[in-house]
Design a protein. Structure first.
Length: 257
């Protein structure tokens, strides 16, 4: 399913989107498939499947640990695409990973493998927009959105350039730093949303972990909330994982309605 189609569907229902992140292969590929099913049952509209990398520079300790567990369990790009193809859920799947893995596989092959596995978007936190033309071209050729990030310090012509390049949605980093649960919604979230003028859906991530925070972000003008560490912490606990994943997704989705 294409990301644009999901946002069109949600707009008709007067809903905002819940985008849920999990690290593929944590604790195993088979477990990840079941976790994705639980997320969708709970109401996740889009699922980010992290392709683990040894140096996830945008991620905090929670997702770094998940990446380490997934790599130790044998997750790699070949297994990742096999796993993604087996999910069979009617929601967009987005790959979040780092450029070294894409470069090593080859941009054309990586984009084609995404399309063949049912992945319709890619997020690459360490790929500057100014250096993205090659990947952007092959993504467009294969019908895969390339999603860029905007941070609280992105301004002026560079912000406009990113907004012109991104497709699917624009990923708004709510605060400086790395991913991880927070107790409040950063004031920078409100400021940055007020300066972004685009027809592309605006999705806010970094630091959102509960329904109250999600509702606050939606009220500031976001079209979607992105939640990762809160789900990954449940997975790491290894206690009633699928039940708790579904429950948290349901709570968060309710705040998006």
């Amino acid at each position: 399913m294409r990301i644009a189609d999901k946002f069109t569907e949600l707009e008709k229902n007067k809903e905002k989107a819940l985008i849920a992140y999990v690290c593929a292969g944590d604790p195993s590929a088979d477990a990840t498939v079941e976790i994705v099913h639980s997320l969708v049952r709970g109401g996740a509209d889009i699922v980010e499947l992290g392709l683990p990398f040894s140096d996830p520079v945008a991620d905090g300790p929670t997702i770094q640990a998940a990446s380490t567990r997934a790599l130790k369990a044998g997750m790699n790009p070949d297994r990742y695409f096999e796993m993604a193809a087996s999910i069979k859920e009617n929601v967009p799947l987005v790959c979040m990973t780092y450029y070294n893995l894409i470069y090593k596989r080859g941009t054309e092959k990586f984009a084609r493998d995404c399309a063949e596995a049912g992945i319709t978007g890619i997020i690459v936190p360490d790929l500057p927009a100014e250096e993205s033309d090659e990947l952007r071209d092959v993504c467009k050729k294969n019908g895969v959105d390339l999603i860029f990030l905007i941070t609280p310090v992105t301004k002026g012509p560079r912000m406009e350039d990113i907004l012109n390049r991104t497709s699917g949605f624009v990923y708004i980093v709510s605060r400086l730093g790395v991913t991880g649960e927070r107790v409040d919604v950063a004031e920078s979230t409100k400021n940055i949303l007020g300066h972004i003028h685009t027809d592309v859906p605006k999705a806010v991530g970094f630091g959102i972990s509960n329904g109250k925070q999600a509702a606050e972000v939606i009220k500031t003008g976001a079209d979607a909330v992105i939640v990762g560490s809160a789900f990954v912490n449940i997975i790491a606990s290894d206690k009633n994982v699928n039940e708790r994943i579904e429950k948290l997704a349901s709570e968060l989705k309710e705040s998006c309605r």
